[in-house]
Design a binder for this molecule. Structure first.
Ligand code: HEM
Length: 390
């Protein structure tokens, strides 16, 4: 009898161990709050591959299709704004052949960012919309304040940040802060304070608000190889400043780049013809514009890259040295030193880009792109603080 119980016990323990070993990693994605398919016990997510019914590539493709990326999931919003822009341009052209492209593109990018980031349909491109009363356009004017006093403030902050903040100054006008505080309050209320399924920027910050802290990995890990985590308390100031950052960093950069692209297209008829031909051939194969088009329009991509080379919106980046560092040449930098990375200058260096003043998208087209030396073209910055919009 004892032997029988021992046998049953051993079988149970063996089953448990096998079950444990087979399923111990099944909560891998769940623990990290990453959308996933529930794995089956024996085969995980690759049952059809293991049973030799489908190739692994196809199974992975099918899984990925069920989880479109965030940007892809929001593409319909971008498309909607693009359609509105097209209608608006047509209407404006009927009235006058001269249109203020920069203003139109600012409205276009504002609409995209407000709908993708804040879930708000600002409708600034609706022909009945009163542009003068669009609050986002008014905020834009305040953010890109080009007055002399704003310039003095900007450089004082850059040169003496401790004194600047110590005296209670802030870079942006307080009204910008109040504006985004109200926007956020409205959006939070409409979502009843809980993250929705929209998966947009507001959802992200609602999750931070709920968790009360943000946890991230320390930048020093890159050097030490450690897994140090840092946490930050979440308060309204932090949430609002993130909104100002995403709005400020996203719209003007994009609108300016698009304006320069149009300017270069107007000056370079050959490039313009080639670009139009590429678009026409895309529409011969596809009825509407879809997210995947970004891979099917390499000449447009090359024109955008060439525009960003000639007119990098942030032509000078500042970095503060975190630890003493000696270059292979012997040049020593001390912790706390601030250095300027002259992107505009690097992009126009003839050693890297022959005849640098000439708009030549072919530099970024096809195989020629491979000849570009690393770190000679970085309009979106580089490293851990690289542009979020890239
Ligand atoms: C053509 C368009 C854009 C250009 C040229 C551009 C350029 C840049 C550059 C050069 C930086 C790095 C700044 C630094 O290193 O100090 C940056 C950072 C950033 N960009 Fe963009 N950007 C563009 C569009 C966008 C868009 C559409 C968004 C958001 C929707 C965005 C969000 C950000 C954010 C949040 C940062 C700060 C990242 C950090 O500090 O960790 N940008 N951008």
């Amino acid at each position: 009898m004892v032997l029988f119980y021992f046998f049953v016990f051993s079988v149970a323990v063996t089953i448990y161990i096998v079950y444990y070993l087979l399923s111990k990693n099944h909560d891998y994605w769940k623990k990290r709050k990453v959308p996933h398919l529930k794995p089956s016990l024996l085969f995980g997510n690759y049952k059809e591959t293991i049973l030799l019914k489908k190739h692994q590539t196809q199974v992975a493709y099918d899984i990925c299709k069920q989880f479109p990326g965030k940007i892809k999931g929001m593409f319909h919003l971008v498309k909607n704004c693009a359609n509105q822009l097209e209608c608006l341009i047509r209407e404006k052209m009927e009235i006058s052949p001269n249109i203020d492209a920069k203003q139109l593109l600012a409205m276009f990018t504002i609409d995209i960012i407000t709908s993708c980031a804040f879930g708000i349909n600002c409708n600034s491109m609706n022909k009945n919309a009163d542009m003068t009363s669009n609050p986002f356009l008014a905020v834009r004017e305040r953010i890109i304040d080009t007055s002399k006093s704003a310039g003095v403030k900007l450089y004082c902050r850059q040169m003496w940040p401790q004194i600047f903040y110590g005296l209670g100054f802030s870079l942006f006008d307080k009204n910008i802060y109040y504006f985004f505080r109200n926007i956020l309050a409205g959006v939070f209320e409409s979502r009843e304070g809980k993250p929705s399924t929209t998966n947009d920027f507001v959802d992200l910050i609602l999750t931070w608000k709920k968790n009360k802290v943000i946890t991230g990995v320390s930048l020093s890990n890159e050097k030490t190889g450690a897994k140090k985590e840092l946490t930050m308390d979440v308060d309204d100031d932090l949430l609002i400043s993130q909104c100002v950052a995403i709005f400020g960093a996203g719209f003007e950069t994009t609108a300016t780049t698009l304006s320069f692209l149009l300017y270069e297209m107007a000056k370079n008829q050959d490039a313009q013809t080639k670009l139009i031909e590429e678009v026409d051939s895309y529409f011969e194969k596809n009825e509407t514009i879809e997210y995947e088009c970004v891979n099917e329009l390499p000449y447009i991509a090359a024109c955008i890259d060439e525009t960003l080379r000639l007119y990098p919106v942030l032509g000078l980046l500042t970095r503060e040295v975190m630890d003493d560092y000696t270059f292979p040449t012997g040049l020593r930098l001390k912790k706390g030193d601030r250095i300027h990375v002259p992107i505009y200058h690097i992009h126009r260096n003839p050693d890297y880009f022959p005849e640098p003043e000439v708009f030549r998208p072919e530099r970024f087209y096809g195989d020629a792109k491979k000849d570009i030396k690393p770190f000679t073209f970085f309009p979106f910055g580089e490293g851990p603080r690289i542009c979020l919009g890239k």
